[in-house]
Write a protein that binds this ligand. Structure first.
Ligand SMILES: NC(=O)c1ccc[n+]([C@@H]2O[C@H](COP(=O)([O-])OP(=O)(O)OC[C@H]3O[C@@H](n4cnc5c(N)ncnc54)[C@H](O)[C@@H]3O)[C@@H](O)[C@H]2O)c1
Length: 268
């Protein structure tokens, strides 16, 4: 997608953090922004920030786990803007802690928001991306979608699923001849938004700023890149997991502190 000017972009969980940083980056390029978030206070603050860049963004309260709410949003959005070129599935939650110490309800909620809702929102809007002259689906997954994450098992599982989903949709769109719709899976390590407050930074894996990650996402949409792997250390992660014996990759992940990083998680 060469130009982002006037492209209609929907971001879930766009009221804070990575979603808001991506919305601001798109707004700077002249795109038309639709933010959907569960939290009205965050939404209205985000709206004020976006107004400073490009007034006129649309703000919707949406719980991405509410299928009827997604359908209502689609009706309003298409009524208001007439179509959609870019969908950013960004809304996400995490609950750190040893698997058995986290109530089952929190494990279920993680899968509902991080995985099932990505499928539901994509189901509602993919037809609109296909109907546009050019379209792009961005799924915010995680570097933990390539490795095991102790003290974050269900979070990692939810992100492995998002990567598998994005890759499958990407290939399916090609097979169906919809080459004008790209798919990008975004897989960052820790980003300073507060979601992973308290974690220990693994070696050679500095915390990213949401703005720096947003710039990489913009580049991926422009160049139709299937993956954003950040920071640099994460680029070798799929190779490391896929090519080395498990005992060896376990030792490397232990040595860099990836396997213990979540032990001290506090979150927002
Ligand atoms: N922060 C990190 O280190 C990091 C790393 C890798 C991937 N990610 C992923 O990036 C995405 C954004 O994370 P962030 O760090 O900006 O988090 P954040 O907590 O700062 O922002 C998440 C936003 O999602 C919204 N949200 C939560 N549940 C929702 C729901 N059910 N419906 C609608 N909105 C909902 C929240 O209100 C919030 O505005 C998530 O998918 C997260 O898993 C984050």
């Amino acid at each position: 997608m060469k130009s982002l000017r006037d492209k209609r972009v929907l971001l879930t969980g766009g009221g804070h953090g990575i979603g808001l940083a991506i919305a601001e980056a798109f707004a700077r390029e002249g795109a038309r922004i639709v933010l959907a978030d569960l939290d009205e206070a965050k939404l209205s603050k985000a709206g004020e920030r976006l107004d400073e860049i490009a007034p006129g963004s649309l703000l919707y309260r949406l719980d991405v786990t509410d299928t009827e709410g997604i359908a209502d949003l689609r009706e309003e959005l298409i009524g208001e803007l007439g179509g959609l070129e870019i969908l950013v599935n960004n809304a996400g939650v995490v609950q750190g802690g040893a698997f058995l110490e986290v109530p089952l309800e929190r494990h279920r909620q993680t899968v509902e928001v991080n995985t099932q809702a990505v499928i539901a929102v994509t189901h509602a809007f993919l037809g609109d991306l296909i109907a546009a002259d050019e379209g792009h689906l961005v799924n915010i997954a995680s570097a933990s979608g390539f490795i095991g994450l102790p003290w974050g098992s269900t979070y990692a599982a939810s992100k492995w699923a998002v990567i598998g989903f994005g890759e499958s949709i990407r290939l399916e769109l090609k097979r169906l001849g919809h080459d004008h719709v790209g798919v990008t899976s975004v897989c960052p390590s820790y980003v300073s938004t507060g979601m992973f407050e308290g974690v220990r930074q693994p070696l050679l894996t500095p915390f990213l700023s949401a703005d720096k990650l947003a710039a990489k996402v913009m580049r991926a949409v422009r160049k139709n890149e299937p993956f954003v792997l950040e920071p640099a250390m994460i680029k070798i992660m799929p190779l490391l997991k896929g090519s080395l014996p498990t005992g060896v990759s376990d030792k490397i992940l232990d040595a860099v502190g990836a396997s213990t990083s979540m032990e001290s998680w506090k979150g927002h």
